[in-house]
Design a protein around this ligand. Structure first.
Ligand code: CA2
Length: 250
């Protein structure tokens, strides 16, 4: 039953946002319950905040490899091994299902779906190359696919190289993976290459068109050497396939 004082968020959180602004999707079963259980102040805004500031909401950050969460140190507490040890013992004897649950929490980080320059014009021009699907429709499709896969996603588009670099850097700590169609920057950008090279999470490069059937300058990508994989020439379904690929790597 809906708790009126603490309603669950409607998804996507901000349908009214213009293209280019971030759109965040969190599977409700993970994000809402986690924020709720943490005793954090509740509400959609807090879910976003919880995601951006995991230090403030430790219950949605991944547990250490042992599956034991660090206790918050209480400077007034007398030294005691009792507070932590029984819990540690209980966790070490946790059944596989409980451990799997701990692992599932780690997947609450969103996959960053990044689109580069001119992709905001999709559906408006050059339909013979890119089809007639708009970026808004692609993002909606990505959200639906992510929901089915149990993933959270955050979608951004920018015509500016530095902004794409900023989001990639953000994904380094906040993201579970990156799906990137860097547009023409795919063929030129060393900055995006360098940013992606710092990531320890799966990265899938997407191109809607088959760049190898096109001009020679589109045959080279600065990003491919630092991507986990590349999907190219399959149309907008490439974004869905990229999400599936990332899911398989988590
Ligand atoms: O095929 C792709 O997805 C590309 O990344 C798209 C980039 C292009 O520079 C890459 O070589 C391949 C460009 C996207 C531009 O999209 C437009 C859409 C409508 C009208 C004009 C441009």
């Amino acid at each position: 039953m809906e708790d009126k004082a603490h309603p669950s968020p409607s998804l996507p959180l901000r349908q009214d946002q213009p293209i280019g602004a971030a759109r965040l999707f969190l599977p409700p079963a993970i994000a809402y319950k986690e924020a709720h259980d943490s005793g954090a102040k509740r509400g959609p805004g807090h879910l976003i905040f919880a995601l951006l500031r995991p230090d403030r909401f430790p219950s949605i950050t991944p547990a250490p490899a042992s599956g034991i969460r660090p206790e918050s140190p209480d400077p007034m507490a007398r030294p005691s091994s009792k507070a932590v040890a029984p819990k540690a013992k209980a966790m070490s004897k946790a059944k596989p299902a409980a451990r799997a649950q701990t692992k599932a929490k780690a997947v609450a980080k969103p996959v960053y779906v990044l689109n580069g320059p001119n992709l905001n014009l999709l559906g408006q021009r050059e339909p013979h190359i890119y089809g007639s699907t708009t970026l808004a429709a692609i993002e909606k499709q990505v959200v639906t696919r992510a929901k089915a896969l149990g993933l959270a996603v955050i979608c951004h588009q920018s015509n500016h190289e530095g902004e794409l670099v900023d989001w990639i850097q953000e994904a380094r700590t906040m993201g579970a993976g990156v799906v990137i169609n860097a547009g023409a920057y795919s063929h030129t950008s060393i900055a995006i290459h360098d940013a992606l090279a710092t990531l320890d999470i799966p990265v899938v490069e997407v191109h809607i068109s088959n760049v190898y059937k096109r001009e020679a300058f589109r045959h080279h990508s600065t990003i491919s050497p630092v991507a986990t994989g590349v999907i190219c020439g399959l149309g907008v379904i490439g974004y869905d396939l990229a999400l599936e690929a990332i899911k398989s790597k988590l």
